[in-house]
Design a protein around this ligand. Sequence first.
Ligand code: PGA
Ligand code: ZN
Length: 420
Amino acid sequence: KITSISALEILDSRGNPTLRAYVTLDDGTKTSASVPSGASTGLNEALELRDDEKRYNGKGVQKAVENVNKKIATALTGMHAVDQKAIDYTMIELDGTENKSKLGANAILGVSMAVAKAAAVSSNLPLYRYLGGSNTLRIPVPCMNILNGGEHADNSVDFQEFMLVPHGAPNFKEGLRYVAETFHVLKKILKDKGLATSVGDEGGFAPNCASNEIAIEFIIKAIEQAGYQSGKDLSIAIDSAANSFSPNLDDKYDLTKSGAGKMTTDQLIDLSGEWLKKYPIISWEDPLSEGDWDGFSKFTKKFGDKIEVVGDDIFVTNRKYISRGISEKTANSALIKLNQIGSVTETIEAVQMCREAGWRYFLSHRSGETEDTFLADFAVAMDGGHLKAGSACRGERVSKYNRLLEIEHELKGRAEYRWK
Ligand code: PGA
Ligand code: ZN
């Protein structure tokens, strides 16, 4: 039984405040969980409650903390931590709004995650096993964002994320090594060209490339120079995060950062088609903006049988939008971010909806993260086969990968590793 709940305002990896929740049970269990925060957010995401004051440029979360300490603590004290669904829906009802704007999705999610951790500890189970059941054996393929652009870096690359996907590795441990080695080769390639090797928000390099295409060519060169076969050992996943270069959410795309100019939906789809012919891309997220449902469907119709087409900002881990996507064949995969919807239960429900439709689902961190490793266990539990948690550097990114190494080790040879 829950005996106390509280929260603290802490800092995330970008130096902005976020919320950490604490839950105590009557058997002495005490856990905490920290909430991540995005930069290139979808319009329909659940609301992060931020203080409207001078401190932290209005980004403080003292109101959300107070909502945990008072309203949420009062409502949940005495409930059983294993009743995750009842606990989450109690908070959702207490909030009473569609986007969690009253209590804050950050307040609700922090408590929701800390409750799951407490229930796991109290049941003497690792979190992935508690959430996923006894057959949870699959370690996700890490899609590691080694080159950052868009809103995550002050450089000249329009597309937000270029990820390395070590799907040809025999296990997670080796996959992680493939990417880390390639990451270091890429660093050398960039350095030799006189380009910057400082990193963006998710730990990928953020060089000023002359075009988006050159960025991908550097990556392929790095794969080969590291001694791997591109398309066999390592492939590429892209997140265009197209909202960020389609600010008005219509069908005009403005690739201003790289100077590639304006494009219509069809022109952008054609460009993607050219890339798919030339490069070993296996997954493409948000190739079009959240307002461009028709463009998304067109893209999926053209390329969906060859690659994973992932909707992030368009679906926001919300069953309302995922179900529209399923019926309109908008994509064939949904990105899954706990804080887009704001509770563990609703996130699991979104995953279930994808599974039932035969869709893939892609577990994801946010560009603003903390050292919390909840996502690693959660991704194993959800058994989606892949996750993205950033590059091979920055503590808040590698903490997730290191936790996955630990889980794979703990499973002692029973762990599975496969892209699909
Ligand atoms: P965000 O980026 O966390 O800034 O939203 C991640 C993504 O777009 O997938
Ligand atoms: Zn995205």
